[in-house]
Write a protein that binds this ligand. Structure first.
Ligand SMILES: Nc1ncnc2c1ncn2[C@@H]1O[C@H](COP(=O)(O)OP(=O)(O)OP(=O)(O)O)[C@@H](O)[C@H]1O
Length: 792
C-alpha cells in the first residue's frame, strides 16, 4: 500500500508551516481592523499577478489569527499542515476528532480570495449546515461571503429558484452536500435558456469524508428522472416471474449478495414464461431491464438494511451511512421493483434523463482535495482512480482511547445479551454510551431490549434524522445512552459533559461486524482531541457482514456448532484462533471485492463522462449560438444525408413519402426533372424545400429574438429526447453486460464498444429529429408575444 506516513509531501508541508508560524507574532500584534484589511490587500496582490501558493503563508496566518479572535480556536500546527495538504489537492488523513472542520477553513479562505469560488462538500445536510453555521462568522469577519448550498427548511430541495441558486454559487465559500452539487450540475445542464442556468465554472473543492463520497458513493450515480410516464405493468409481470425462480439453477447471487443474475437455465425459463425468443435482443430490452430490477429487489435489497417500509411507502437507505437517500440517488426503477415486491403502491415510473457519479462530478473542478479519518485503507485506489495522494497528518494529542479486541459469539442473541450487559455495567457508573446497530431494524431491537430493562436512551436512525443535532448534543453527557445506526459514524462531534472524562469518557459499543472503514469511524466518536474513551465490538457468526461474505471455514464451523446450540445456556465467547483469523481475512476479502465493483463503475462512468461532456458542450453551443438558421441548416443537411443513405435507390414515390414524413404534410412539389440517381441533386431539392418552410415560419414569428427561441427550442428538444434514450440505453447496457461474462467475453470491452456505437447513432438520430422539430411543428405566439412551439 502506498501510504505516505513520512512522506515528501509532509516534509514540504512542515517547511511551509514554519513560514506560517513566522508570521504569527506579526498577526497577533495587528488590530482587528488591520487584520481584516489583510483580505483586500491579498486580493489586490492576486490581481497584481501573485500566485496563490506565494500568498499561502500570509493567508493562513491571517485566517488562523482571525479564528482565534472570532471562534476562540487557534488552529494547531498539525491543522495548518493538514490545511497545506488540502490546498495542494491531496487527501489529508486526519484521525477522527482532530478538527477537520477548522482545518478546511484555511484553504477555503485562501482559495476564496480568488473570487472564483471554494466549495466544501460534506456527505450530509446536517454536517454542511453545522459547519457553515460554525464558520461563516469567521469568513464574514474576514470580508468573504459564505453560503449554504441549499435551503435547510426545504426538505425536498425542490423549492429553490434559479435566483437563489445563483446567489449561493456566487459566494466566495460554499458549504453543500455532494448530491446537491451533483443535481445542481445536472439541472443546470438541462436548462433550455442561458437565463435558467446558475453555475459558474467549478474552481476548488474540499471533499469532507472523502472516502465516503469517492468510494462508497461510487456505486450509486445521481439520476435526474423525467416526468412520470405511463405506468408499466412489467414490474408486476417480472415480479411474478422472479418469485417462481429456483436459486442456483435459475439465478445466482454474487457472494456478497450485491448482485443477482439469471443463469442460462433462468434465461430459457424467462423466454418460455414470456413466450419470446432472444431475451437479450434489443426489442426485449425493457423486459430484460425489469427482470434485472426484480432480481435485485428480491435477492439483493433487504428490508431494514437497504430500505424501510413506512406507511405503505418504500424508502431507500444509503448503505454507507444509514441515511435516507434523497432525490433520485439510485438507478431509476429499483424503487418501483421493491415496491412491487413489498406489495405497496407503485410510485410513478420515470426515465433517467441525466446522470452523473461523484467521480465524473469532481473531475470538473480545477483542483479537488479530500479529508477523512480513513483514507489510508484505500490509498492505492485514490492514486489510481483520482490521482490524489493520501498524506497522513500527525495527531495533535496522543490517542488514549482503548479499542478492545472484538468479542465473537456464535449467535445474534448471545452477542446482544453480552453487549447490553456491558452497556448496563458502564451505565451504572454513569458513563455515556453509544450503542451501534447495523441496521434500522436492529437499532429498534436493541432499543426495545433497553426499554425492557428500564434503561432510558435516545434512538438515532434514519427515521428520526430530524432530531440528530439534539440527540448528539446530549450523547456525551453523564448517564446518556444513545442507540444509533452507522448514521452517527461520520462527522458527529460528541462533546464530553462535565465529569465524564474522569469516568473514562465515551464508550462506543458496536453490536455487529461492520465494514472496516465504517467501524473505524464509529470508534472515532470516542477519544476525540486526546479525550479518554473505549470501544468494543460484539459480533456473531450470524451477522449480515459475516454470513454474506463468509469463508468455508466459518460456514463449516457455524453449521457444526449451531446443531448443538443450547438456547438456555450462558453466552459463550468464541476463542477458536482459526475463526478469529478467518474473520480478519474476511475484511480484506470484502474490501477487495468492493474495490472490484467500484472499478467496474469507474469504467462505466468514464464512457458516460466522455459522452456527457460532448453532449453538454454541443448543448451549450446551441444555447449560445449566434446564427441559428445556419446551425439548423447544417444539422438538417447531416440529417438528410442519413435519411438518404437508408435506401440504395430513390424514386418519385419513395421521395414523396419521405418528404411527407419529415418535411411537410402538404404537397411535396417535387420537380418533374429531378435526377434520382444524383443524391446531391435530391438533397439540394430537400434543402430548398426546407428553406422555404423555414422562411414561412420566420415570417410568421417576425421578432428576431423569438425566431432564435424557436430554433433553440427545436434543436434542444431534438438533443434532449435522443439523450434521454441514450442514458436509458447505457443504464440498460450495464445490466446486459453481465450475461456476457458467462460467455467469457470481457464485459467492459463489450460495454464500451456498444456504448460508443450507440452514441454515433444518437448523433444521427438528433439531426433527423431536428428536421421534424423544425419543419413539422406548429408555431404560435402567446399573449405576451412569446413563441410557443407544439412539437409533433
Ligand atoms: N484548534 C482547535 N482548538 C480547540 N478546539 C478545536 C480545535 N480544532 C478543533 N477543535 C474541536 O475539536 C472537535 C472535533 O473537531 P471536528 O468535529 O472538526 O473533528 P473531525 O476531525 O471532523 O472529526 P470526524 O472525523 O469525527 O469528523 C470539535 O469540538 C472542535 O471544536
Amino acid at each position: 500500500m502506498r501510504t505516505t506516513a513520512f512522506s515528501f509531501e509532509l516534509q514540504r508541508a512542515r517547511h511551509i508551516l514554519t513560514k506560517v508560524n513566522a508570521l504569527a507574532p506579526m498577526m497577533r500584534e495587528m488590530s482587528d481592523q488591520e487584520l481584516q484589511a489583510q483580505t483586500p490587500r491579498m486580493r489586490k496582490m492576486l490581481k497584481g499577478g501573485k500566485s496563490l501558493n506565494s500568498l499561502l503563508p500570509m493567508a493562513f496566518a491571517t485566517a488562523r489569527e482571525a479564528a482565534r479572535r472570532v471562534l476562540g480556536m487557534y488552529p494547531y500546527d498539525v491543522q495548518v499542515i493538514g490545511a497545506i495538504v488540502l490546498h495542494h489537492g491531496w487527501i489529508a488523513e486526519m484521525k477522527t476528532g482532530e478538527g477537520k472542520t477548522l482545518t478546511a477553513a484555511l484553504p477555503l479562505y485562501l482559495n476564496g480570495l480568488t473570487g472564483k469560488g471554494a466549495i466544501l462538500v460534506t456527505p450530509s445536510r446536517y454536517l454542511a449546515q453545522r459547519d457553515q453555521e460554525e464558520l461563516s462568522a469567521l469568513y464574514e469577519w474576514l470580508g468573504l461571503t459564505c453560503s449554504l448550498g441549499f435551503d435547510p427548511d426545504d426538505e425536498s430541495g425542490n423549492q429553490a429558484t434559479v435566483a437563489d441558486k445563483r446567489k449561493w454559487y456566487q459566494a466566495d465559500i460554499l458549504y453543500t452536500t455532494g448530491s446537491t452539487l451533483a443535481f445542481d450540475y445536472l439541472f443546470n445542464n438541462l436548462a433550455s435558456r442561458p437565463e435558467d442556468q446558475y453555475l459558474r465554472p467549478y474552481n476548488y473543492a474540499i471533499v469532507d469524508e472523502a472516502d465516503a463520497v469517492f468510494l462508497d458513493g461510487a456505486n450509486s450515480p445521481m439520476v435526474v428522472a423525467s416526468k412520470p410516464e405511463l405506468q408499466s405493468n412489467l414490474y408486476r409481470l417480472t415480479d411474478e416471474f422472479v418469485r417462481s425462480l429456483e436459486p442456483v439453477t435459475d439465478y445466482r447471487r454474487s457472494r456478497n449478495h450485491k448482485s443477482a443474475w439469471l443463469t442460462h437455465q433462468g434465461v430459457l425459463k424467462a423466454e418460455q414464461w414470456f413466450r419470446i425468443k432472444g431475451l437479450f435482443d434489443d426489442r426485449h430490452r425493457e423486459l430484460y431491464r425489469h427482470i434485472s430490477l426484480a432480481l435485485q429487489a428480491h435477492f439483493v435489497q433487504q428490508r431494514g438494511h437497504d430500505y424501510m417500509v413506512e406507511d405503505g411507502e418504500v424508502i431507500l437507505l444509503d448503505e454507507a451511512n444509514g441515511r435516507l437517500m434523497r432525490g433520485m440517488k439510485v438507478n431509476t426503477g429499483i424503487q418501483q421493483a421493491v415496491e412491487q415486491k413489498e406489495g405497496v403502491k407503485i410510485s410513478d415510473n420515470r426515465q433517467a434523463v441525466a446522470s452523473i457519479t461523484y467521480q465524473g462530478l469532481f473531475r470538473l473542478f480545477n483542483n479537488v482535495a479530500g479529508m477523512t479519518g480513513t483514507a489510508r485503507i484505500a490509498a492505492d485506489e485514490f492514486i489510481d482512480v483520482y490521482k490524489m495522494k493520501v498524506v497522513q497528518i500527525p495527531r495533535h494529542r496522543k490517542n488514549i482511547r482503548k479499542d478492545h479486541q472484538p468479542r465473537v459469539y456464535l449467535t445474534t442473541s448471545e452477542k446482544l445479551i453480552e453487549a447490553i450487559k456491558l452497556a448496563e455495567k458502564l451505565h451504572q457508573k454513569g458513563r455515556p454510551i453509544l450503542l451501534i446497530a447495523g441496521s434500522v431494524e436492529n437499532s429498534e431491537i436493541v432499543s426495545e431490549i433497553l426499554l425492557n430493562r428500564g434503561i432510558p436512551h435516545n434512538l438515532l436512525n434514519a427515521r428520526n434524522e430530524a432530531n440528530e443535532a439534539a440527540i448528539i448534543k446530549n450523547a456525551g453527557q453523564k448517564n446518556a445512552v444513545t442507540v444509533s445506526t452507522n448514521m452517527a459514524g461520520r462527522g458527529t462531534d460528541i462533546k464530553l459533559g462535565p465529569g465524564v472524562a474522569k469516568l473514562g469518557g465515551l464508550a462506543v459499543i458496536g453490536t455487529e461486524m461492520l465494514d472496516p472503514r465504517v467501524a473505524e469511524q464509529l470508534q472515532g466518536r470516542a477519544g476525540r482531541q486526546g479525550d479518554p474513551g473505549d470501544s468494543w465490538f460484539f459480533i456473531s457468526l450470524e451477522d449480515n457482514f459475516v454470513s454474506q461474505n463468509s469463508s468455508p471455514v466459518i460456514r463449516k464451523y457455524y453449521r457444526r456448532h449451531i446443531k448443538h446450540f443450547n438456547h438456555q445456556a450462558k453466552p459463550h465467547r468464541l476463542h477458536n484462533p482459526r475463526i478469529l483469523l478467518s474473520l480478519l481475512l474476511l475484511r480484506d476479502k470484502v474490501m477487495v471485492s468492493q474495490r472490484q465493483t467500484r472499478a467496474r463503475m469507474y469504467s462505466y462512468e468514464n464512457s458516460m463522462r466522455l459522452e456527457r461532456m460532448t453532449f453538454y458542450e454541443s448543448r451549450d453551443a446551441i444555447m449560445n449560438a449566434d446564427d441559428y438558421r445556419k446551425t439548423a441548416l447544417n444539422w438538417m443537411e447531416h440529417g438528410f444525408d442519413v435519411i438518404l443513405s437508408k435506401r440504395s435507390s430513390w424514386d418519385y414515390g419513395h421521395l414523396k413519402a419521405m418528404v411527407n414524413h419529415w418535411i411537410t404534410y402538404d404537397d411535396a412539389q417535387i420537380p418533374a426533372d429531378l435526377n434520382y440517381q444524383d443524391l446531391a441533386a435530391v438533397k439540394g431539392y430537400l434543402m430548398s424545400r426546407s428553406n422555404e418552410i423555414l422562411d414561412q415560419i420566420e415570417d410568421s414569428i417576425g421578432d428576431p429574438k423569438q425566431i432564435d427561441q424557436f430554433y433553440r427550442s427545436a434543436l434542444l428538444k431534438a438533443m434532449d429526447d435522443c439523450w434521454v434514450d441514450q442514458v436509458a440505453y447505457l443504464g440498460y447496457l450495464k445490466t446486459l453486460v453481465q450475461p456476457w461474462t458467462l460467455l467469457q467475453r470481457n464485459p467492459m470491452a463489450v460495454y464500451h464498444e456498444k456504448a460508443y456505437e450507440r452514441f454515433k447513432q444518437m448523433i444521427d438520430a438528433v439531426t433527423q429529429e431536428a428536421i421534424r422539430n423544425l419543419l413539422l411543428s406548429t408555431v404560435a405566439l402567446n399573449e405576451d408575444g412569446e413563441v410557443v412551439v407544439y412539437f409533433v
